[in-house]
Every structure is written in structure tokens, then in C-alpha cells.
Design a protein around this ligand. Sequence first.
Ligand code: IPM
Ligand code: MN
Length: 350
Amino acid sequence: MSSKTVAVIEGDDAAPEAVAPTINLVRSLDLDIDFTYPIVGEPAIEQFGTPLPEEAKAMIDDADTTFFGSTSGSSGVALLYLRWGKVTYANVRPSKYFPGAPSALAKPEGIDFIIVRENLEDLYLRTEGHLQDLSNLGLVSKTSRKPLAELGEGRYAIKAITRDGSERVLRFAFELARTRRHKLTVTSKYNMLPETDGYFLEIAKELAQEYDDVEMNHYIVDDFACRLVANPHQFDVTVMPNLYGDILSDAAAGLVGGLGLAASGCYGDDYAYFESAHGTAPDIAGQNIINPTANLLTAAMMLNYLDFSSAAERLNKAITKVYASGDVLTPDVGGTASTNEMCDAVRAAF
Ligand code: IPM
Ligand code: MN
């Protein structure tokens, strides 16, 4: 097999404490992978006067993929590049219960579903502004009794759902459903927002004709949220616009042990990058107690993407064993182990 290159950006606050031992573990597997370390954020500003220098971009471009720790500061521009610059439109966020992990549910065993979140559009265009700037456009609200111009001081945000943007992520979700239980749940606020969220569902229904081996159903997103909490076992692959996916994937993590277990990968047609769904945990930075599971599971997703699927499977199994034995877990999941100790236990369980 030809060698692969992974660009590693460790991120901010406590993120490097989870990323570094995860990468060490992957290195210890002796796979044919080279690692490069683009300099972004504060150190890049000091050295190059910009948070995302051309050198860093080139390293990301030249790598087969990027492994990214969470960002809280100026390294955020790297995230923007990895998503919008590299057009990674499908954000895959699995929620799988590992027996031994704490859960708010009485019977979490068997929870195993995936949120596919559209990753680039919807409200994430970040086109916001002053309502007054819209007053001459003749826009009409379907609910407010006042014309837009008379709403007074206020702000707006544009929610854009495009055909191409929706079709590609929906297609991705249908294809993913084909590799699993051939079930796909689509959700959005299509009753209240027929022009945008309704369009997303309409395109899903069109594709369902083509993917007639996949059983597709749909729920309005508020109803879906209730079902997700009350009976998550019913779901397999789910797909939704960006902001709902952002919020509900964090909620979903809560069902299976918390954000410390929240793996995530962002896929496009020519590039993918891997970044756990959790933030930088600034409150526990420097303590070596951040739960490495999200990064380890994310690394397993990356190994699959790089065609090291047997190593990925072994990594997932090793994590499962460590939760089942329950002896070496970080404090957020009920243990007393450090981040490094938990990573070592996962390595030993291979
Ligand atoms: C995530 C994060 C990001 C998002 C932030 C850091 C921009 O919450 O990856 O879920 O909203 O997408
Ligand atoms: Mn988020």
C-alpha cells in the first residue's frame, strides 16, 4: 500500500492533550502514515504574521487528510479552510453506546445511529446584518403583521438551502444508509419553512425514488428531537440541515456518555478532515483529564477513510473493551484515570 500523509493540527486549550496521545497511538500501529504539522493560529501569527499561512494551506492540501483538534481562537481560520475551502459538505457524527459509559437513559444498550449534518450552508453562510438594510427590498413576512421596514432596530440572518448543497449531502446519506441498515430519516422544519427546509425534504423525496432500496422516513425537527431522546434505538442514518445537525449531534452525544465520546468527520468529494465534535474544554486545560475517546473514535473514522479498515476496527474494539472493563476511564465517564492512562489502556487492549 502506498504511504499516506496526515496533517495534524492539535488545536487549542485542552484539545492538544487529547490529540497528541491519539496520534501517538496511531503512530504505534506502524501503518504506512507520515504526519506533518502545519503551523496555524497564534504561533503562525508570530512567525508569519497570519493565522493561516500559505505553507500551512499547502501542507493541508498535500496531505491525504487532516486531523484537527478543536479550536477556540485564531486557529479557527484553519477550520474555515478545512470546511469551506476544501468543500467538506457532509459532517458525519455517530452516536454509539459503549456499555460501561454513563448515560442518562435507563436502557442505552444498542444505541447506534449517525447524524449526517449538511456542513456548509443553511445559517452557516453567516450572512447577517441590520434589518434596516432590507427595508427597500419589498420583502414580506408571512407572520409579522408589520412590514419589515416597520420592525424597528434589529438584525437578520440568511438561511440558504441550495439544490446542489442539499442533493450532495442527501446522496451521501443515502449511500451511507446502503452500507448499514438501509434506513434513512430526514428532518427539518419543513412545516414552518416550506421554501427552505421544505425544499430540503422535497429533494430527499426525489432521491428516495432513485434509492428505492433505502427506506426513507421524515419527521419535523422538534418532533425528531423528542423521538431522539425518547427512543434513539429506532434511528440508523439521519440527515438534516446544518444548524439542526450542530445542535442535535451534541444532544445525541448526551445519550451515549457525553461530548467526550463525540466523534466526527467532514467529507467532501476530494477531501475529508477529522475533528471531534467537542470543543476545547478550557476549564480542564493542563490537567491531563480530557476524555480521549472522541479523538480515538475520530481517528478510527480517519483510518477507515485512509483504507486502514482493519486497524480502524481493532481501534474501535479496543475502545469497547476499555469501557466494558471500566477500570481506566477519565473522570467525565466515572473513572479516575488520566487522558494518557486511558490511551495506554486502549493501546494495550488491541
Ligand atoms: C462544531 C462546532 C463548530 C460548528 C463551531 C466551532 C464553529 O460547534 O463543529 O460542531 O458550529 O460547526
Ligand atoms: Mn457544534
